[in-house]
Design a protein around this ligand. Structure first.
Ligand code: BGC
Length: 737
């Protein structure tokens, strides 16, 4: 296991070898068997006591978990249970959904929250979470975009490391992390869940694998393959993916747990004749734990009987499961932790993250912050007062009582008159007279806050959409309220990027929030009122229209990129025009080719100016150090946090590289007129790319861009010759990120 103290590893291995030597075939198979129940039923207790179950998921009641661990303790060899649950962005207290966590660009705070939330879940007896979800996703139709960290491999990698370190911070109060879904699930065709994917090795290595490598470097000892097929082979039976890539090239040596019943889906995918063959494929691919298909339990004994090679495979898998159990400290008597998780500390941390996750998209004429809180205020919208809907996906353990809505928080802070109306009963609601009432209220107020978006259930697993518009009658509500309101501030709560052109056109300010969790109310209210300043930045591109999807900043250039001002749109084409190659570049006739808002974008209540960009290079090969410095100045009259972003372009390579790649960022707080020199240090690996066979750095020109988002214009150039790169720039290229 990467980065682990060799003594700890040695002790775990010795214990595992010793236990393995004493195990019967049935006990070995039991370790591979994972069962989901919501209670410790008599049948489950009996199966655990008989050594037929090695791990469970979805039991959350501490007493029930204790009963199961007691049964495991009393089993012949006393092997403890792994107890799993999807603790994806919180437990009782929810932080923003992972897409919102990525929008904070604050890995340190994410790590801190993960440590607290791991302790809360561990105090119940849960010791394993199926998180972080590391599927880079460039298609917001996919409901699971909510669960990941967005479109960028590097930002996802940074968050992956923070998440794993946070979850596994303290041995006794931690949750084992399980990065998922290896790999490329986020590329599901048509943004449709469980769908197939076709991904070149170049993309796998440059985009989809790096976040997993970062999670393993941070100490993740388990991993979950994707449901989806990757180039024709479903994750759970994909030897090339799980052996050649995951084990041999990424160096993973921990435990692979299948996704829910994924082995049973192999015959449905069309790669196995029946359940028995599916179990064989799982063994061959090195899948250790069968989550909920029961196929290992049913067929492995038979497979071992037929082929002794299967016994060797089984032993190897069991040994690794036992090793991870020991490394996680489960073999030691579990000290009883306080059953009262630190709710206040969790809520504080979740609210800070919620605040940093909100992205200010527009702010005409300094509409925000609202300066006069003694005036009249209208708070409208189907999501303005929804404690549960703002929590987002995977919030089934959340306590809605600790969640505060936007309306509740504004009421607590507002000193003038405050009127409210939902307008629609929920985000999919149709007008039943509420729109007129809402418009009437807006007409009487000096300021209107309109909270629109998607309910929690419209994103997440199995909740994909073919459209990205505001559901139900929300556009009608928006139009009516915009006509009536003197000043309109639109707040969007959603699980994915949405089409927001209408909101942007009608509102004086738009604040976009990926379901921000339990602290939504205080976080949003403080931002609107200027008690805090917006610092969220988009971890994903916001399209103008769903037809542009996939639209992402790190795309390839094409041989015919569209040039600004030189594209001809549908209405510009003369009636009766004969066949010709309009504009001759890559764009759609009916939409501006740029995104509505680019990756990395987010406004503050102040402005920042960048200048004096300089790059210097020292050393060669492995010791090459690239230093990039820039001055950032707050040129407004309020303090603010800027996220300084550094992008690379490698303009000529043997495989065309993306137009830009994020390589580093730093958040800086600047007082009015304050200037800061920000320095980024990079090495040879930051210049490398994979061509599908190996890692390369090629001599030549590199361009750096620094600024507030992925369209940053301030740039400088760096030329490296072969001697600076050295003969073996990446060392051991088989296993290097
Ligand atoms: C999901 C996984 C999850 C598992 C267990 C599956 O449906 O794809 O992400 O960890 O269920 O809840």
């Amino acid at each position: 296991m990467k980065g682990l103290d060799p003594d700890r590893h040695h002790a775990a291995d010795a214990w595992a070898q010793d236990v393995l030597a004493k195990m019967t075939l049935s006990e070995k198979i039991g370790q591979l068997n994972q069962v989901s129940e919501d209670s410790a039923s008599a049948a489950l207790v009996e199966a655990v006591a008989a050594g037929r179950v090695g791990s469970v998921l979805n039991v959350v009641d501490p007493t029930e978990i204790d009963a199961l661990q007691a049964a495991a303790g009393e089993s012949r060899l006393g092997i403890p249970l792994l107890v799993g649950r999807d603790v994806v962005h919180g437990f009782e207290v929810m932080a923003p959904i992972p897409l919102g966590l990525a929008a904070t660009w604050n890995p340190a705070k994410v790590e801190e929250f993960c440590t607290l939330t791991a302790a809360a879940a561990r105090s119940r007896g849960i010791n394993w979470t199926f998180a972080p979800m590391l599927d880079v996703c460039r298609d917001p139709r996919w409901g699971r975009i909510a669960e990941g960290f967005g479109e960028d491999a590097w930002l996802t990698s940074v968050m992956a490391g923070a998440f794993v370190r946070g979850l596994q911070a303290s041995p006794e109060e931690s949750l084992l992390a399980c990065p998922k879904h290896f790999a490329g699930y986020g590329a599901s065709e048509s943004g449709l869940d469980y769908n197939r994917t076709y991904i070149s090795d170049i993309e796998l290595f440059n985009v989809y694998f790096p976040p997993f490598a970062a999670a393993f470097d941070a100490g993740a000892m388990t991993v979950m393959p994707s449901f989806s097929d990757v180039n024709g082979q479903p994750g759970a039976g994909n030897q090339r993916l799980l052996k050649t890539f995951l084990r041999d090239q990424l160096g993973f040596s921990g435990v692979i747990v299948s996704d829910w019943a994924a082995l049973a889906e192999l015959p449905i995918h069309g790669v196995a004749e029946d359940g028995k063959e599916a179990a064989q494929l799982g063994l061959n691919a090195g899948v250790h734990i069968d989550m909920m298909s029961g196929l290992y339990e049913r067929f492995v004994a038979e497979l071992v009987d037929e082929d002794p090679e299967n016994l060797a495979q089984l032993d190897a898998l069991v040994l690794e499961i036992l090793t991870v159990k020991h490394l996680a400290g489960l073999h030691e008597p579990q000290k009883k932790k306080s059953m009262e998780p630190a709710i206040d500390a969790l809520l504080h941390s979740a609210t800070e993250l919620a605040s940093e996750s909100c992205v200010l998209l527009t702010n005409e004429g300094g509409t925000l912050p609202i300066m006069n809180r003694s005036d009249s205020l209208a708070v409208i919208g189907p999501l303005a007062d929804q404690r549960e809907e703002q929590l987002g996906t995977w919030s089934f353990d959340a306590d809605p009582e600790v969640s505060v809505s936007i309306l509740e928080a504004l009421k607590a802070r507002w000193q003038g008159s405050l009127m409210d109306s939902a307008g629609l009963s929920h985000s999919r609601g149709v007008d039943e007279g509420g729109i007129q009432e809402a418009a009437g209220i807006a007409a009487k107020a000096a300021q209107t806050v309109l909270v629109l978006g998607e309910e929690a259930i419209l994103s997440g697993e199995a909740h994909c959409r073919s459209r990205l518009d505001l559901p139900g009658d929300q556009i009608r509500l928006l139009n009516a309220v915009a006509d009536a309101a003197e000043k309109l501030i639109v707040v969007i709560l959603a699980g994915r990027p949405l089409e927001l052109a209408d909101a942007v056109d009608h509102a004086d300010a738009v604040l976009f929030c990926f379901h921000p969790g339990s602290g939504t109310g205080p976080a949003v209210a403080d931002l609107l009122l200027g008690d805090s300043g917006p610092s969220g930045r988009l971890p994903v591109t916001l399209p103008r229209s769903v037809g542009q999807v996939p639209i992402y900043y790190g795309r390839g250039h094409t041989g015919r990129p569209p040039l600004q001002g030189e594209v001809q749109f549908l209405d510009d084409i003369p009636i009766g025009a004969k066949q010709y190659s309009t504009g001759n570049t890559a764009y759609h006739l009916d939409v501006d080719p740029s995104p509505l808002f680019p990756f990395g974008f987010g406004k503050s209540y102040t402005e920042f100016h960048y200048d004096q960009l300089a790059v210097s290079v020292a050393g060669t090969g492995q010791t090459l150090t690239i230093s990039i410095e820039v001055s950032v100045t707050n040129i407004g009259d309020r303090s603010g946090i800027e996220t300084v972003q550094l992008y690379l372009r490698d303009p000529v390579a043997r495989v065309a590289r993306p137009v830009r790649e994020l390589k580093a960022f730093e958040k800086v707080m600047l007082a009015p007129e304050e200037s800061r020199r920000v320095e980024f240090k990079l090495g040879i690996k930051d210049l490398a790319y994979h061509d599908g066979r190996s890692w390369f750095v090629e001599p030549g020109r590199f361009e750096w861009f620094v600024g507030s988002d992925s369209t940053a214009r301030l740039s400088c150039r760096m030329d490296l010759d072969a001697s600076q790169i050295g003969d073996e720039p990446l060392g051991d290229q088989t296993n290097s990120y």
